[in-house]
Design a protein around this ligand. Structure first.
Ligand code: 5GP
Length: 188
């Protein structure tokens, strides 16, 4: 019988250019019982970025949602605000978050059973290349790689799992297996 206990929260953290977004989409497609939260951001949409990648809002709307206690967590990242609306997954689904480290720590504070997986790029040249392909400016790419070093170092201290994202299929399989074990342990 399916159990409708509290959903498990799996959080993907890691520097920009590690491939978290693609991994998150693959995980949700492969699992069928995983619900990906859609974040709010005040960052402008990048050229070519999917319209539904985020709920793109202005600062005023973001601040009023904070005031209404409408976020599970929120944080400022390189000058923009990002936040996870209080999740409302369908019954029986677990929750997948793709957020930064500051946000992950806030979620952990509210739900100590949440599990953090740090997604690392295989190398800085790899990461730089991925960021450039997204159309970020060189200055922004450099700032992200620099910030990413700190995110990896701090992330390793708090992460329950570390996945080096060299190959999408392998990384997806690793995360599915982490999720499977997590569900198993919560079922007992
Ligand atoms: P990007 O601008 O590249 O889409 O995202 C920048 C950073 O913000 C990434 O590390 C991404 O994981 C993180 N992020 C995306 N959504 C959220 C969110 O809802 N909350 C927090 N704390 N970080 C987020």
């Amino acid at each position: 019988m399916p159990s409708f206990a509290e959903p498990t929260i799996l959080i993907l953290i890691g520097p920009g250019g590690a491939g978290k977004g693609t991994l998150a989409r693959h995980l949700v497609e492969a699992d069928g019982r995983l619900w990906l939260s859609r974040s709010w951001t005040t960052r402008p949409r990048r050229p070519g970025e999917a319209e539904d990648a985020y709920e793109f809002v202005d600062r005023e709307r973001f601040l009023s949602r904070i005031a209404a206690d409408g976020f599970l967590e929120w944080a400022e990242f390189l000058g923009n605000l990002y936040g996870t609306p209080v999740p409302q997954p369908p019954q029986g689904y677990d929750i997948l978050l793709e957020i930064d480290l500051q946000g992950a720590l806030q979620v952990l504070d509210r739900d100590p059973t949440a599990v953090i997986a740090l997604i690392e790029p295989p190398s800085e040249p790899h990461q730089t290349e991925r960021l450039r392909r997204r159309g970020d400016t060189e200055a922004h790419v450099a700032a992200r790689v620099e910030r990413g070093r700190g995110e990896i170092e701090a992330g390793r201290k708090v992460a329950d799992h570390v996945v080096v994202n060299e190959d999408l299929q392998t990384s997806t399989a690793q995360l599915l297996s982490i999720l499977g074990r997590l569900r198993e342990s919560r079922a007992h």
